[in-house]
Design a protein around this ligand. Structure first.
Ligand SMILES: [Zn+2]
Length: 279
């Protein structure tokens, strides 16, 4: 621990944490890059392992520098070095998100037995978001892996794992089951699909990691982010006035909310509950 003074403020720097967070950030960017590659190639029905990454316009195979997460995009200014075609920004944002998720989870938990579980949680949510964004589908196999990651860590780490299972299932169903019922009624009334089944399944699996208060907050944030995001996207492509709200991939918003609530939710929940204690 180092103590320094900058501008009259006393700073305590945990260099070990800075070191760990730095490497976690780098690891996260590499994972983000890999996940974006999986999501894009999956959408195009290409092989994930075979074939080098290449420019979509001229077919030029990407060099080593261009493959470096974040920096590759910044150095080439988002353009192919050969044909100057624009390279999609998605990969850059996926890499950034991966870095922030990995480093943020490290900083939030510090050294903790559950750190690997939460890193895998964040990583899988990023992959699910990228696939949902590209293809508007959440693969069941990823939801099963996400659930297995939680159950496995629970049985390895918890002292008396079986007693925790009913509570875990109740939390999982706390938001997802009422929402499922609501969506089924809405579908009947409106005679169209109002929310994808994948989103509800995703909320169920995230609920294995959270308590019901966190789940309500996640749903709330996901709705706020989803509406804000959709308005921004619709404003961008005004000409194509397809205001089909049923077509929004909701998964990325749910995933982002889950990570935000995991990091920052507790103070908010404590504050909200304290309002009722005053009354
Ligand atoms: Zn090119």
């Amino acid at each position: 621990m180092d103590h320094i003074h900058i501008g009259g403020i006393h700073w305590e720097i945990d260099w070990m944490m800075v070191y760990m967070a730095f490497w976690m950030f780098l690891l996260g960017t590499v994972m983000g890059s890999f996940f974006d590659c999986i999501a894009v190639r999956r959408a195009r029905k290409e092989s994930v392992i075979k074939g080098r990454s290449h420019c979509d316009s001229c077919g030029h195979v990407l060099g080593l520098v261009e493959m470096v997460p974040l920096l590759g995009f910044l150095i080439t200014k988002g353009k192919c070095r050969y044909c100057k075609a624009k390279i999609p920004r998605d990969a850059f944002f996926a890499e950034l998100a991966g870095g922030v998720i990995f480093a943020g989870t490290m900083i939030h938990l510090d050294i903790d037995l559950y750190l690997p579980m939460w890193i895998v949680f964040g990583a899988l949510l990023l992959l699910i978001s990228l696939i949902d964004y590209n293809q508007r589908v959440i693969p069941n196999v990823l939801l099963i892996i996400l659930a297995a990651n939680r159950i496995l860590a629970h049985f390895i780490i918890a002292r008396d794992p079986w007693t925790g299972i009913p509570k875990m299932l109740l939390n999982a169903g706390s938001v997802s089951v009422p929402l499922l019922i609501l969506v089924l009624i809405m579908d009947r009334l409106l005679k169209k699909e109002t929310m994808g089944g994948g989103d509800i399944k995703l909320l169920f699996v995230i609920g294995l990691y959270m308590d019901w208060k966190q789940m309500i907050l996640i749903l709330f944030f996901a709705c706020v982010l989803g509406i804000a995001g959709t308005l921004v996207i619709q404003r961008k492509k005004r000409g194509q006035a397809s205001s089909d709200w049923g077509q929004i991939p909701f998964g990325p918003y749910i995933a982002a909310s889950a990570v935000l609530v995991f990091w920052f939710g507790q103070p908010l929940i404590d504050w909200y509950l304290s309002l009722f204690r005053i009354l």
